[in-house]
Design a protein around this ligand. Structure first.
Ligand code: HXC
Length: 261
């Protein structure tokens, strides 16, 4: 039987999803995206998983993009809709996931690979990682949500430069323009990503969920609506057992234990 293009494992409270097509630098074809969605659902539904790390198998790539052979095998609007609609649906689900998510990147994260990172909350890069949106060189543009996510996350002139030129950028530059959080030594990548995920996973899953919803929804609202939405969300938080546990733990000079209630 062929090896699955997606692996999932649990490291304590952290779920790790590995895209596993190293022979093609973990490029995303339709079966891989479908399997990714199935695996993502398992991690989302598992209450014991409080944070999710996404990485790529092998040393050469996180994800080198949408699978160009798969993309090129399609003709006609129905075929394009099949790929684009699927990847849009799945990346949106990733972006709106109620659990915190982290991309751990080694090697190439190009095209759909960078677009996947844009849908993840935090991005940790190994030294030597290479990001970029080379779609323009293929006669395409970043169509897995990348155009819209990028212009909402980094300065517009930098976003346009990346998309117009298709140039690759190194890890340090990616951090400098606000596309990623940190660069770490190659042999520390998973340790650092897992430690960050574990630190976040100790926090209240309920509060993280409401915080993520406040940020994701608020980012696209007018200010008054966003503030009203934030106020509604914090009202739920204030009334939670976890808020009382956190405040009580501070007053009693002990570590809080959050349950998500
Ligand atoms: C399919 C890919 C691939 C991809 C690499 N491979 N990237 N196959 N889709 N995106 C395959 C190669 O064909 C090759 O297969 C094997 O992986 C190793 O890659 P090489 O090119 O031999 O490695 P190297 O010379 O080190 O170059 C690495 C690279 C290059 C710079 C990352 O592979 C590259 O430019 N890849 C394409 C990157 C890209 O343009 N991504 C955007 C895709 S479009 P063989 O069989 O020869 O060993 C996209 C749009 C998505 O993402 C959204 C659409 C809606």
């Amino acid at each position: 039987m062929a090896e699955s293009p997606i692996r999932i494992e649990r490291k304590g409270a952290v779920g790790v999803l590995t895209i596993n097509r190293p022979k093609v630098l973990n490029a995303l074809d339709v079966p891989t995206i479908k399997e990714f969605a199935r695996a993502w659902g398992l991690l989302e539904d598992d209450a014991a998983v409080r944070a999710i790390v996404v990485t790529g198998a092998g040393e050469r790539a996180f994800v080198a993009g949408g699978d160009i052979a798969d993309l090129n095998s399609r003709r006609g609007i129905a075929h394009w809709q099949e790929f684009a609609e699927l990847i849009h649906r799945v990346f949106r689900r990733v972006e709106l996931c109620d659990k915190p998510t982290i991309g751990a990147v080694q090697g190439y994260a190009l095209g759909g690979g960078t677009e996947l990172l844009l849908a993840l909350d935090l991005r940790i890069l190994a030294e030597g990682a290479v990001l970029g949106l080379p779609e323009i060189t293929l006669g395409l543009f970043p169509g897995a949500g990348g155009t819209q996510r990028l212009i909402r996350q980094i300065a517009l002139c930098k976003a346009k430069e990346l998309m117009f030129t298709g140039d690759r950028i190194d890890a340090q530059r990616a951090v400098a323009i606000g596309l990623a959080n940190a660069v770490v030594p190659k042999d520390k990548l998973m340790d650092e990503a897992l430690a960050l995920a574990a630190r976040i996973a100790e926090k209240s899953p309920l509060v993280l969920k409401l915080l993520k919803r406040t940020l994701n929804a608020g980012a696209d609202m007018a200010m008054d609506a966003a503030l009203a939405h934030e106020q509604a969300m914090i009202s739920l938080v204030l009334d939670s057992e976890d808020a009382h546990e956190g405040c009580a733990a501070f007053l009693e000079k002990r570590k809080p234990v959050f349950t998500g209630r």
